[in-house]
Design a protein around this ligand. Structure first.
Ligand code: MF3
Ligand code: CO
Length: 264
């Protein structure tokens, strides 16, 4: 109508998108500072200040699992650490390391969630292939996230590609819906659960308009992981490296999803 200013009512996805942009910008900033000599604690501080400067809160800080409260803004997992590595003043990055930066931001009542694994300087051929295969597996999983598919379409695409390349998928941690809560239904395993274990991760149809966090965690060696005494850090049992990439995406009916956490 003439003379009436156009107002746009924001919906949940607009807010998730805004939180995701903050996450992407944070990971980019942290990535520029991933180099030999820097501590993972310094990277966490950098991230926290940046997230707050954008009017958001770090999703992970204060996150509670049973009686443990997470105290940091990022999960920083180096080499054989799979996920949930704790930023640490004594952990100094070295040439040849691979470093997963996992970040969540919360603003206007909605979360965004993404992870990227960076190389510190020159890395081994095995680590290079691990990063490439894990990222490619993520993108193949993402491609399956349509309203015509179910959860296991994502799981199967990721699993097939990773195992074809001789790597293995962690069973203990999974992707998830994201929105008002960091972790929502559905759970998105990066593997198709064995026949008698499918109740834990039901193969539901993907809902158009919903945001999903898809996040393969890939081990160069065997799939077995162990937990550190700190109660958070998950690492490979065989000591081989592990990589982690994660995107938040919005499901569409037929086309591949909109990826809200693409790098700038
Ligand atoms: N980054 C994890 C995820 O992608 C969650 C972090 S758990 C926290 O789902 F406790 F560290 F916050
Ligand atoms: Co996540």
């Amino acid at each position: 109508m003439l003379g009436v200013p156009a107002i746009k009512v924001k919906n949940a996805i607009d807010y998730i998108e805004e939180s995701c942009r903050i996450v992407v910008d944070t990971i980019e900033l942290v990535g520029k500072n991933v180099k030999p000599g820097v501590t993972t604690y310094e990277l966490d501080k950098l991230a926290e200040d940046f997230i707050v400067s954008r009017g958001a809160e770090p999703s992970f800080k204060g996150y509670q699992v049973k009686n443990l409260v997470y105290q940091y803004s990022l999960c920083i997992s180096v080499n054989d650490e799979v996920v949930h590595g704790l930023p640490n003043k004594k952990r100094i990055l070295q040439e040849g390391d691979i470093v997963s930066i996992d970040c969540g931001a919360y603003k206007n009542g909605y979360h965004g969630d993404s992870a990227f694994t960076f190389a510190v300087g020159l890395i081994s051929e095995e680590k290079k292939k691990l990063l490439q295969v894990t990222h490619e597996a993520l993108m193949l999983g993402v491609e399956q996230a349509t309203g015509r598919n179910k959860v296991y379409s994502i799981s199967g695409a990721i699993q097939r590609y990773v195992e074809k390349n001789g790597f293995s998928l962690v069973r203990e941690l999974v992707g998830h819906g994201v929105g008002e809560h960091l972790h929502e239904d559905p759970s998105i395993p990066n593997f198709i659960p064995p026949l008698l274990h499918r109740d834990q991760y039901p193969n539901t149809r993907l809902q158009v308009g919903r945001a999903l966090a898809i996040e393969p965690m890939v081990n160069a060696g065997k799939l077995k992981v162990v937990s550190d005494p700190d109660g958070w850090t998950i690492r490979t049992a065989d000591g081989k490296p592990s990589a982690h990439f994660e995107h938040t995406v919005v499901v569409q009916e037929k086309d591949p999803p909109i990826i809200l956490t693409l790098p700038n």
